[in-house]
Ligand binder design. Structure first.
Ligand SMILES: [Zn+2]
Length: 255
């Protein structure tokens, strides 16, 4: 990356007052979360369980809980990266409007981002949710029970408990979409970090902000679907964890 781009990035972050941060898997690669999509990833060995099957079949619920159990300890023990940390610093500096994430790892919250400023579009692995009454619980005892009994846990109301991620075939929560869209309408700067911007409808969120005139920064290693979009102000190619934290440091020092 040339130094002119570094300066531009720092300057945009320095002048931004209502920043919308949009994040994908590329910001969590250094956190200990396994790669689900790679050649040795879990999707090469397992078929995803669709929501309708989870609700309709005990065998599907067992399969889903077994899949989630396999990744649970890695998610539980994952640690935020420098990227999560500097996003939290933007909040402390009163420059952060919202964090909209595609990630289910809960690491923004672990890094200190306020719940009220966080939209987890695809849900979170850090809680389980009753599919009947909506109450959420700490997953740990439910994973422990499932490991022991192989029986998918139930809520006290009788509803099925499911890790609070959005399953295949399950709609995103309308509250989350509305909160993300409202942030996109209010932002003066939107920064997409570590996302290929190829999963919809999540990827439409930064474009809503960009198309109404907010500056739009895209940082990712590898191509994204917004490359070449005329609304992109600055496109940086490379590791987000290398590129983004120093720019935030620079912007907050000079801001
Ligand atoms: Zn319930």
């Amino acid at each position: 990356m040339v130094s002119r781009d570094v300066d531009h990035l720092t300057e945009l972050l320095r002048t931004g007052r209502q920043i919308l941060i949009f994040t994908g898997a590329g910001i969590s690669t250094g956190s200990g979360i396994p790669d689900f999509r790679g050649p040795s990833g879990v999707w090469s060995r397992r078929q995803p369980v669709y929501y309708q099957d989870f609700m309709g079949s005990e065998a599907a619920r067992i399969e889903h809980w077994d899949f989630k159990l396999e990744g649970w300890e890695a998610f539980r023990d994952a640690r935020p990266t420098r990227v999560h940390e500097v996003v939290e610093r933007l909040e402390k500096a009163d420059k952060l409007l919202k964090v909209v994430t595609q990630n289910i790892d809960g690491l923004h919250q672990k890094a200190g981002t306020s719940r009220s400023l966080l939209v987890e579009l695809h849900g979170t692995n850090t809680e389980v949710e009753c599919q009947r009454c909506g109450v959420r619980f700490d997953p740990e005892p439910h994973f422990a029970a499932f490991r022991r009994t192989r029986r998918p846990p139930l809520c006290s109301c009788g509803g099925f408990l499911k890790p609070a991620t959005i399953s295949f075939g399950q709609n995103l929560r309308s509250d989350d979409i509305q909160a993300a869209e409202a942030a996109a309408r209010g932002a003066d700067l939107v920064v997409a970090l570590g996302s290929t911007l190829s999963v919809h409808p999540a990827a439409s969120i930064p474009l809503i902000a960009a198309h109404r005139g907010a500056s739009y920064i895209v940082i990712n290693r590898g191509p994204t679907e917004h490359d070449g979009d005329p609304s992109v102000t600055l496109r940086l190619e490379g590791d987000v964890e290398v590129l983004f934290p120093p720019a935030v440091d620079g912007a907050l020092v000079s801001g």
